[in-house]
Design a protein around this ligand. Sequence first.
Ligand SMILES: [Zn+2]
Length: 88
Amino acid sequence: MNCAACGSTNLIEGSILDNSGSENKYFKPKDVSAFKAAFGYGVREITALGCVHCGNLQCIVNFIDEDKRNHQNFDGRQPDLLERIESE
Ligand SMILES: [Zn+2]
């Protein structure tokens, strides 16, 4: 992986901490409710990468194969989660 800002390959993997020291390591798609996310449904872990060369911080969402299938099968507006569940 290269830095999106400078192209360097000197990236360090880590996580993002909030002020309380707890890791902020999940990505919640906009169409997943806060209630479902509280139980871990529909959220995905993120990996943070810091560039040693320029200090740029970038994150990777660790999507699962099901996410890729659901989101890559459609052109245009993405159907919301309920539409996707009902179509299966
Ligand atoms: Zn960089």
